[in-house]
Design a protein around this ligand. Structure first.
Ligand SMILES: [Cu+2]
Length: 157
């Protein structure tokens, strides 16, 4: 079950939030039947809370400054997975081979990475990494966590 460890993490987040938002959600969480349902409920339950939380908030600070390291033949970029993706935007050159590495530094739902345009879905354990080699076409390739809360993009120009 993919959301197993994620869920534990999420419950911690939700309980933390319930201290602020009241105990309503925590009470509700006692009725969750399956992990999958838990994720669904979590999504709706968290919608109102997300604005004030670091969890799931897009990380925009590092994004603009993130330039892939480039040499003549190959460009490389690394994205750190830790309750989200840093940088959230990776800028690369179109038409040049790219080695894109996701490295996990923690355990959250962000550890499952989905990149629809590349037909990629993979899950990382803490400290695990995954390198994708491809030549980006001009445009933006988005990726996201298993639940679509965290996300990022590869921008090729
Ligand atoms: Cu998620």
């Amino acid at each position: 079950m993919k959301h197993n460890t994620n869920f534990k993490n999420m419950v911690g987040i939700a309980l933390g939030a319930s201290l602020i938002g009241g105990a309503a959600w925590a009470a509700q969480s006692g009725n969750i039947g399956t992990m999958a349902q838990g994720c669904q409920k979590m999504m709706s339950g968290m919608t109102g809370m997300m604005s004030g939380m670091s969890c799931c908030a897009p990380k925009t600070d590092a994004g603009a400054a993130a330039e892939a390291k480039q040499d003549a033949q190959l460009q490389r970029a690394t994205i750190t997975v830790n309750d989200g993706y840093t940088p959230g935007t990776v800028n690369v050159q179109a038409g040049k081979p790219l080695e894109l590495t996701f490295v996990a530094r923690g355990q959250s739902c962000a550890n499952t990475v989905i990149i629809p345009a590349l037909k990629q879905t993979f899950s990382l354990k803490n400290d695990e990494k995954k390198t994708l080699s491809f030549t980006p076409k001009k445009g933006t390739t988005t990726f996201r966590c298993s639940m679509g809360m965290y996300g990022g993009q590869i921008v090729a120009k």
